[in-house]
Ligand binder design. Sequence first.
Ligand code: PEP
Ligand code: MG
Length: 921
Amino acid sequence: MTDKKWVYTFAEVAEAEAYVGGSWDGVRALLGGKGSGLADMTRAGVPVPPGFTVTTEACNAYQASGKFPPGMWEQELAALVVTEKNTSKKFGDPANPLLVSCRSGAKFSMPGMMDTVLNLGLTDKTAEGMIKLTGNPRFVYDSYRRLVEMFGTVVLNIADEAFEEPMAEFKAHKGYKLDTEMKAEDWKALVDIFKAVVKKEKGFDFPQDPYKQLELSTEAVFKSWNGERAVVYRRQTNIPDDLGTAVNIVTMVFGNMGNDSGTGVAFTRDPSTGEKVMFGDYLLNAQGEDVVAGIRNAEPISAMNTEMPAVYKQFMDITGKLEKHYREMQDVEFTIERGTLWMLQTRNGKRTARAAIKIAVDMGNEGLISKQEAVLRVTPKDVDTLLHPQFDDKAKKQAEKEGKFYAKGVNASPGAAVGQVYFDANTADQMGKEQKKAVIMVRPFTKPDDVKGMVASKGVLTSEGGATSHAAVVARQFGIPCIVGAAAIKIDLEKRQMAVGEMVVKEGEWISVDGTTGEVFIGKIPTIEVEIEEQKDLLTLLSWADEICAQPGLRKAPAGWPTRGLQVWANADYPRDARRARAYGAVGIGLCRTEHMFFEPERLPTVQKMILAETSAERTTALNVLLPFQRSDFDGLFAAMDGYPVIIRLIDPPLHEFMPDEEKLFEEVITLRVKGETKGLKEKEDLLASIRAMHESNPMMGLRGVRLSIYMPEIVEMQVRAIFEAAADCTKRGIVVKPEVMIPLTGTVKELEWIQPRLIRIAKAVMEEKNVNFPYKFGTMIEIPRAAVTAGEIAVLAEFFSFGTNDLTQMTFGYSRDDAERNFLVTYVAEGILPTNPFQTIDREGVGRLMQMSVEEGRKTRPELEVGICGEHGGDPESIEFCHIVGNNYVSCSPFRVPIARLAAAHAALKHKGVSLAEDK
Ligand code: PEP
Ligand code: MG
């Protein structure tokens, strides 16, 4: 037992590696993140203050027995002797004292959750020795009082106030505001005051034996593993309780020992832009805390080149080495003590989305990492963030300084928005649409009725609800920046104002909301628009992502199935959407919802006439008016997507959606009757009767989709004619067309047997009339569970499947989406009944099973069956991964999400490379 090694000096990383069997993860588990990092830097030849690490195993042994395991303390003392040799100093020696820090360090970073004690080794005697050595009593007494205070609070559990209050009193008595005003004798007096606090609170003196200081501090760090803060943090972050923390004993180095000393923090690349420049601040003659606290204005790191050229050169060499060693942008902390540079910490630096992309691409181009690694280092969320308008960082900081920060909520939908506050959907809609104002709609929460206000707004802010609340879901769907659950804001809908404490914002006043961070500011902060064409680094990264997906043989699959990765197509209803989709990299249109074209103001009356027609001849007349409109719509789409497939879906929604609102019409009829007016009354009464005749209890499960086509085939016959006429005209103009006609809401193959041959006849007739030929397909959506279950039969006719996962999710769960999101879905997610909102991320176990079954059964019938997805899930990274696994050919999503989907498709391809469908299951 006593042979067990509990302590490793920073130079013993090889021993630690051997002990854990060679894995770096094992070393991290044994020595903790900080300890393994310091040891790794030592091995790389980087100057690290000498020291050692007491292992996490020792911590666990301590937790089990309540005392240091046998041999540990002796090993700590032996490692201290090695440290003394390396520093030529001696612990507790007044002539040349070694001071050390005692720091916690678990395998996973738990910032601020556990304890640290600095300046161990200072006693009345060594303090005198230090003063002789440094000639700087102010620094020594300041360090000493810091030790007494930290030791008192951390090790002896004395409340912070017991030290803070006498210090505040002392400063007030002297008339000082800042610590910098304290003189040497002041700090000296405070050391005595603090020592008296220890005596009073604990009944014994602050230990003058440095070894006692070290022993108790080590124990305190062990204990802090089970401190309340640390336990709560572990619960939240799923860090297991049995990992334990290591304890690092590190030689203290001081940046405040004169003008040949200093301290700083730096990033090896600009963490905001990603530029390859050293970025950071440093302060001459200062300690780390001074940089962080901003007491003095730090200087840019480049200034070091003039003030200490030799150290600067060494610093640049070392950081360059560190970046190469870790193959990542590093965030370093360093101190210069009397001209000697010491690196205190290095870790992968946090960065903005923009920087993440630039750094990944630059490192890929520099050959530091492979293209695949570059692609993996950027998250779909980074791409999402980058493509939304963003606040100018400097302007945001300025606003913060000016006290304009207002509140923080959940960052529900990314992007920056600036606008005038309006408190209800009607006003928001009117101000946004009619008065062309920039609107931020503010509500306690939103309901489906509020959607019109939301889409007319630049941003949405709610004081209630979470990331799957209605506001959040809708805002993401439409790409509107949104913050939800900003609970500090009290909204007074009657007074038309909101307040955070004293800060009142009235209706019509300007605010800025940052949906990326969840922050709200008063007033206008300038935003930066993002044009994809200008995002050269992103375009490069996405081209690498596409290269990854294009590799054949990536997916192990049966004959006929795709073996390359996913393609990304887009949902686009208009030529302008299609052009955007192409600019964003889509290689097909996966869904054109033709009904949107019927809603155009100049067409709607004709659509209504067509619906109300009493004879087939009347209906045909109206449809003949609509035909040229549809033809030109499709012509534009084909032209925009020259060479790429375009899936056009035949009319889907129930007809009442094209008719005037029943209740409103009823009110109008009543008003006319009450007023005794007859003009127009009869027409309105007839219209009302027709609309009432069309009434359905559950229209979304009623006469729509293919049912409507069978009930009223003239509409889809016109649509197919329009599609093929447009395709023929385009072909004659030299445009390469690949039309695919999609029949929605199929539940049984009999429906296809009824409708599809009629439509194919029209397609062929048009090609003959126009004397042109081009490839085309007829297929269906899979959005009804019965279709999924009978996919093998459906594939006899359908040449492609497209998963309509919006409907498929509704029908599989039996949830009406609007009602579910408004009512119980938030509770279901909060209570853990559902892991996430299934309308955002595919429910793999239920809906996903149906999808998998469809692909397998469908391709048994038709091995080359083209399979895609066009529900909202097509733009969700996790769902995209699932589509890769089940064998989709492509995913189709909103044009704005195409770049995100391209990256997510590449991530899925890399993660599942070479794995067969059966293995993935
Ligand atoms: C679907 O159901 O997933 C789909 C794309 O169709 P819609 O949303 O138009 O019903
Ligand atoms: Mg649908």
